[in-house]
Ligand binder design. Structure first.
Ligand code: FAD
Length: 463
């Protein structure tokens, strides 16, 4: 009987334990389900849909080289997986674990159904180095602060990445027809805004490995110095590949570990960034409402300018003004060059440098007074690495409402940040050609006054 491997956020052939298990059975069939209907599943943003479309094309090719057919299906996953497993006459169902609450509930239901139907069903650890339930404080609860979390786990080592299965382990019998990816409508049309994304990325494991090898060879040594500089290619740019699983954290971990002795600091700092990714996922596991609720409930009383008390449709001048400020931020027209460069980089490439993400998010939340969830949703829609855990966790970090958040009074000043991290102005110059002309807008907000207002509002929050 054929075995089904159900692909989700693990769109790779190498270091994929579920695929290996299916191939070891001797006749693997791969399945991907686009589920936009099951309760609680967050609909993908526009840039993510573009990435996913191209990733599935790349995955289909990678699997075809192994002789494994990929079935594409759209619909509520519970029904689709059951129907497909029945139609294929499968004996075993394999997948790599997901950690969001709705996804876990759904997977648990399918596992129970499969076992009751006489199938073998098994899940594996593949997307995180540490299972969220396995890392606890001495008292047995989850870590709330990154430093002790990382101190506890950073000394551990991990299994070697698995090779992709040998070719010839795919199922070659009759299968139900795969859906046509083009009918899923994941590519933008009218207008097609994806040209910049296509210039910047080739979604798939091939580019992921090229970037990883190049970074470990040329970038890792100076990472701890260059990572904060948006004007130099100092970070790995692996985030979308880690988000979609075209690269596993085990592969990335071992690649840096190979040069750890020789490089010391650069490699250790890079490893701790992988630690932040884990920490975000652990927070999300323990707080499934991370994207929709302040982890510090005192922030429920913060007087946001937007969404205003009167709601988004209001014609109140204050609400209208906040809506205009939001639009200026989204379009890179705030008059703060480093923020505008970041927002334009995001719109054009689907990615923004981490330092600039922090500065831009801080301006939105603290100077423009706009709710962090509004910014989170914009990033969710526009980032190719839009991640269900890292995006809300980082927004809550910047806003000060998160578990281990940056202190609220640490408000990034976009002017000093630009001087420090883009000292020659080359990053800003690259994204804002009209910078020194009259076409470039004046700052939309007074930094000093808005900072004062934010601090006063924070001071009035209930503790
Ligand atoms: P590198 O510096 O090369 O780091 C290596 C890897 O470590 C990254 O690919 C990423 O997987 C992980 N990582 C690094 N920093 C962080 C961090 N602060 N939190 C979690 N993981 C981290 N990252 C996302 O992957 N998806 C998001 O949706 C996302 N949203 C963010 C929103 C805001 C407001 C901020 C301030 C940060 C956000 N980040 C997000 C974190 C970080 O900005 C990106 O991971 C990083 O810029 C990706 O570039 P890189 O791959 O070159 O990173």
């Amino acid at each position: 009987k054929p075995s089904i491997v159900w692909f989700r956020d693990d769109l790779r052939a190498a270091d994929n334990p579920a695929l290996r298990a299916a191939a070891d059975d001797g006749s693997a069939v791969a399945l991907y389900v686009l589920d936009e209907e099951s309760p609680g599943i967050r609909p993908l943003g526009g840039a993510s849909r573009w990435w996913l479309h191209h990733s599935l094309l790349a995955l289909r090719e990678d699997l075809a080289a192994l002789g494994v057919p990929l079935l594409l299906r759209r619909g509520p996953a519970t029904e689709v997986v059951r129907e497909t497993a029945t139609a294929v006459g499968t004996g075993s169902l394999y997948w790599n674990r997901r950690y969001g609450e709705p996804e876990r509930m759904l997977d648990a239901g399918i596992k129970t159904w499969a076992r009751e139907s006489g199938m073998h069903a098994e899940s594996f650890q593949a997307s995180l180095l540490h299972e969220p339930w396995a890392v606890t404080t001495k008292q047995g609860g989850p870590f709330k602060v990154f430093t002790p979390f990382w101190r506890t786990v950073s000394g551990l080592d991990f299994r070697e990445p698995l090779e992709a299965p040998e070719p010839g382990r795919g199922f070659s019998g009759r299968l139900p027809e795969s859906e046509d990816l083009d009918t899923w409508g994941m590519l933008p049309r009218n207008p097609d805004w994806s040209a910049g994304l296509a210039e910047s990325w080739q979604p798939g494991s091939a580019q992921a490995h090229e970037l990883l090898d190049d970074f470990v060879e040329n970038g890792l040594a100076d990472y701890s110095v260059n990572r904060d500089r948006p004007d130099v290619p100092g970070s790995s740019r692996l985030s979308p590949f880690l988000r979609w699983g075209q690269l596993s954290p085990f592969e990335v971990w071992h690649a840096q570990q190979c040069r750890r002795q020789e490089l010391g600091d650069g490699a250790a700092v890079f490893a701790s960034e992988l630690g932040w990714r884990e920490f975000c996922w652990h927070q999300y596991f323990h707080h499934p409402d991370l994207a929709t609720a302040n982890l510090r409930p005192g922030f429920d009383h913060y007087p946001w300018a937007w969404p205003g008390g009167q709601g988004a449709g209001s014609h109140e001048p204050a609400v209208q003004e906040a809506a205009n400020l939001l639009r200026a931020w989204q379009q890179g027209r705030t008059g703060f060059p480093i923020v505008d460069a970041g927002q334009r980089q995001l719109w054009h490439t689907g990615w923004m440098h981490n330092r600039v993400r922090m500065v831009s998010a801080s301006l939105l939340v603290k100077n423009l007074g706009i709710h962090w969830q509004v910014g989170e949703q914009w990033f969710w829609d526009t980032l190719v690495d839009a991640d269900p855990a890292s995006n809300p966790a980082n927004w809550q970090w910047v806003a000060g409402s998160g578990a281990d958040a940056s202190p609220f009074f640490r408000i990034f000043n976009p002017e000093t940040q630009a001087k420090k991290f883009d000292p020659n102005g080359s990053y800003v110059g690259q994204w804002i050609p009209e910078l020194s002309t009259a076409d470039y807008p004046e700052p939309v907000v007074d930094l000093k006054a808005s900072r004062r207002e934010a601090l006063d509002a924070y001071g009035n929050l209930p503790r």
